[in-house]
Design a protein around this ligand. Structure first.
Ligand code: AMP
Length: 495
């Protein structure tokens, strides 16, 4: 931010007066008018007057509500009256979970604070430390940081938080999901107790409520766009299915033309689960990628770009990686695992059906996930459609359990080993490469569910419970089974 003369300029426009009425200074109102902001958003209206008075705040709001300005504006307003920035000793610390968000917040401070003479800097991991160290040495007022890199630079003596008087934790629930909560606590301990603290979170799981109780003092509670009323997909269905059968049901659905799954964002609870499902789908020739917290930023961005462009049809994700993802025309969200935090359900399914477009949410619910389903239905105040009926476990129902290629491969290797053993260990009986032998699975003829590679004795990879029905037209508001897949022949829409 560079020193300029906007401070002297009067807030002329009507728009600016709406912000002035909240108590913001003229230079800020002018900057907002310049940015084209006509009137405050609900969270700004509710938060700004009290934050200006120095009150702590617990804000339940998502990205897109204008929450950044809700904290940045009153902070900038109050900071003007104070002393200028010092080397490595910011007066404002904003913690954000990801570098994208940190950069976005930095850009907002630049926009609103233009002409204030206040200096800000953004630091995050994954890039060189030198420019960050230099900026810190040059002095600053506002530091926006991700927790890991901040702790690193604190450890190296480049940041001292003893002068911080405004602390902001943005997207606190995401910090929790990303395993940053301990780091956040370590950082907060270094900030003087006599400070203003503002905590924002899209959801309020127990751990965030506890954190807020320990670091906020008599906070003002502001909630906008309550999570239970976010965008809704046009249909929401649940299938009762045992854990081990989920992959079969997923494949079956992806193959079912009636469901018309153009692109699916599939959610798993764990990173390991995401990798596993992605690998299984890839093995079955569905172009798939996984995104989760263990993937590098570059890998995540690349996977997302491939998904958005339609190069891959399925993206398997954990909650943390999917928050904030905006994919135009996403046809399906599939909850492979039900989330144990019911608010996450709303976030997940809100990825589809955006901007009034059609979209469907399908959830798989195993026996042990029933309590999560109850919580979700309580939160959204409606029952999900049950295309298979209410009580049912679809284990013996319409799932065509096929032998996945990986399983077939394992069996073939075992069989080959047995054969070799029975031939007295003679060489030359190398197992054939399973799965790929005999061409693509989509090209197999008639009816076999099993992935039968060459050299495999017939019947050795028998499918069980092959009943021929499709998983049902869940995408269409709980329609009944389409029945269109009987015979089990693959209908590849693998892309
Ligand atoms: P946020 O929720 O802070 O990420 O803000 C979402 C978007 O809304 C950003 O592009 C802001 O620039 C914009 N924005 C914030 N407040 C206002 C406002 N009062 N009027 C118009 N746009 C706004």
């Amino acid at each position: 931010m560079t020193e300029k003369t906007t401070q002297e300029r009067p807030a002329r426009s009507e728009e600016a007066s709406a912000f002035a009425a909240l108590g913001l200074s003229r230079p800020l109102c002018a900057a907002l008018a310049k940015a084209g902001y006509e009137k405050p958003t609900p969270i700004q209206e509710k938060a700004i007057p009290d934050v200006l008075k120095g009150r702590d705040l617990l804000g339940c709001a998502q990205t897109g509500t204008g929450k950044t300005a809700a904290f940045a504006l009153p902070i900038l307003n109050n900071l003007r009256r104070n002393a200028p920035g010092l080397r490595g000793r910011p007066r404002v610390l904003v913690l954000a979970p990801t570098r994208e968000l940190a950069a976005q917040i930095g850009a907002s401070f630049a926009k609103y604070g233009r002409g204030s003479g206040l200096r800000h800097h953004v630091i995050f991991g994954g890039v060189g430390k030198m420019p960050q160290k230099t900026a810190l040495k040059n002095g600053l007022d506002i530091l926006v940081a991700t927790p890991g890199r901040l702790l690193d630079l604190m450890g190296e003596g480049f940041v001292d938080l003893s002068r911080v008087c405004h602390l902001v934790l943005d997207e606190a629930d995401r910090m929790l999901d990303m395993g940053f909560i301990k780091d956040v606590r370590r950082i907060v301990r270094e900030v003087p107790r006599d400070r203003q603290t503002l905590l924002f979170s899209a959801t309020m799981p127990k751990a965030i409520r506890e954190l807020s109780q320990s670091i906020l003092r008599d906070p003002l509670h502001v909630a906008v766009d309550p999570v239970a009323s976010t965008v809704e997909p046009t249909s929401q269905a649940v299938y009762f299915v045992e854990k081990a059968q989920k992959i079969h049901l997923l494949i079956q659905m992806l193959e079912d033309r009636k469901l018309d799954i153009d692109r699916a964002l599939v959610f798993t609870r764990t990173k390991h689960g995401a990798n596993k499902v992605a690998k299984q789908l890839e093995n079955e020739d569905f172009p798939t990628a996984a995104i989760h917290g263990n993937k590098s930023q570059t890998a995540r961005e690349k996977a997302l770009a491939r998904f958005k462009s339609g190069e891959i049809r399925v993206l398997v994700a954990t909650d943390i990686a999917a928050r904030g993802i905006d994919i135009k025309g996403l046809s399906h969200v599939i909850n492979y695992d039900l989330p144990n935090e019911s608010e996450s359900y709303v976030h997940r399914v809100g990825r589809t059906g955006r901007a009034g477009l059609a979209g469907a949410a399908i959830s798989f619910c195993s026996g042990e996930e029933r309590p999560y389903l109850r919580d979700i239905e309580r939160l959204i105040r409606r029952k999900l459609d049950r295309p298979q009926g209410d009580s049912g476990d679809v284990r013996d129902g319409p799932i065509r359990r096929r032998t996945l290629k990986a399983e077939a491969a394992k069996r073939l290797t075992e069989q080959a080993r047995v054969r070799e053993g029975s031939q007295g260990g003679r060489s030359g009986s190398k197992p054939s490469r399973p799965g790929r032998a005999g061409g693509k699975p989509g090209g197999r003829s008639g009816g076999g569910n099993q992935s039968r590679g060459q050299g495999q004795r017939s019947g050795s990879a028998r499918s069980s419970g092959a009943q021929g029905n499709s998983a049902g037209s869940s995408g269409n508001n709980g329609g009944n089974n389409s029945g269109g897949n009987s015979g089990g022949g693959r209908r590849g829409r693998r892309r």
